[in-house]
Design a protein around this ligand. Structure first.
Ligand code: SF4
Ligand code: SF4
Length: 325
């Protein structure tokens, strides 16, 4: 994986062609996007199955749910088999910290590549152990003691039996989050008498830190999903370079760090000296920079600033190409 992402870093240095593809479509897309009603599921922990366990009701933070999970339930650990859990970039950092290994090693040892269908982006899914029969336990499940990474378990495990989705309503600029309930027949937690609001449940599960770190990543996935549904700059399938850029930022901070410090990135973008020093060792800060970079390159958002001489060069080149000089 590291080798492939290094190759990506070299390709990514040529941001200009991605920008050129984007600009031709942007105005028309803005108009059509304003008319769209886009809903993207972000965090869900669902087992394979024929019946859809997702309840049709949308939950807000103040709504009440009846649910409790504890060691005495008869289904203890049942939900940690055959799960379909998307790992967010912050999940990977936390798992690496828990296991005292690099994020890229978490990716290589414990994750499986898959596709986030709405956006067409490559993402990672939590791996399952090899086991006889169809019932495969999660790679982190200890049959006796439960989750072996509990303190740093992924966001989807914290959310369960809730899922998180974002919806972009017609005429609204920002997407709105809502929750949905997953009621699977094996989960006896729904039969427990404890009542709580969604907000109380999420606070108990300590999801706020995860939500904060994952927000920009979710924003990027949503916007790409919106583009894909509207037939955006890359048609139905996003450009291969965009997929590789997204995967590098999401799953391999070491490769992205080599790209930032080993390419012309820091000559092109104005990055504060204190921040530069922080980027050398702080994976969260590096991930934030990566999300800013994706937003600037893909959507022309003002999240990163080109250095003055780079900007002037780009303006001169554009004038030349349009015959303005
Ligand atoms: S990471 Fe932990 S909580 Fe999540 S599925 Fe695996 S064992 Fe279960
Ligand atoms: S109650 Fe539900 S969440 Fe808790 S262990 Fe059982 S299946 Fe998993």
């Amino acid at each position: 994986m590291a080798q492939r992402l290094d190759a990506t870093a070299a390709q990514c240095d040529d941001d200009a062609s991605v920008v050129a593809q984007r600009d031709a479509f942007e105005e028309e897309l803005e108009r059509r996007r304003a008319e769209a009603d886009m809903e993207v599921p972000i965090v869900a922990a669902l087992r394979d199955g024929t019946a859809d366990p997702v309840q049709p009701t949308r939950y807000r933070r103040g709504d009440t749910l009846r649910f409790s999970c504890h060691r005495a339930v008869s289904c203890w650990n049942e939900c940690c088999h055959n799960t379909q859990i998307t790992l967010t970039p912050y999940d990977l950092i936390r798992l690496g910290r828990n296991l005292e290994i690099r994020t890229s090693q978490v990716t290589a040892r414990y994750a499986v590549p898959t596709l986030h269908e709405p956006s067409g982006m490559p993402v990672l899914r939590l791996g399952m152990q090899e086991a006889a029969g169809a019932r495969k336990p999660c790679v982190f499940l200890d049959p006796e003691h439960g989750c072996s990474v509990y303190r740093d378990r992924p966001a989807a495990c914290r959310y369960y039996p809730l899922g998180l989705a974002s919806v972009k309503m017609k005429g609204h600029d920002a997407p709105e989050d809502f929750y949905f309930l997953v009621k699977e027949p094996h989960c006896k937690g729904h039969e427990q008498p404890k009542e709580q609001t969604v907000a109380q449940f999420l606070e108990n599960q300590q999801v706020a830190e995860y939500d904060e770190h994952n927000r920009d990543w979710i924003h990027i996935l949503m916007k790409l999903a919106s583009w894909k549904s509207l037939g955006g700059p890359w048609g139905k399938e996003p450009d291969q370079r965009v997929r590789q850029m997204f995967l590098m930022v999401s799953a391999d901070p070491d490769a992205f760090r080599r790209f930032v410090f080993g390419s012309s990135f820091l000559e092109k973008y104005a990055v504060d000296p204190a921040m530069r020093a922080q980027l050398e060792s702080d994976d969260e800060a590096l991930q934030r920079l990566g999300f800013d970079w994706l937003r600037a390159v893909l959507f022309n958002e003002p999240t990163l600033h080109l250095r003055e001489h780079v900007l002037q060069g780009a303006i001169a080149k554009a004038r030349c190409e349009t015959g303005a000089v």
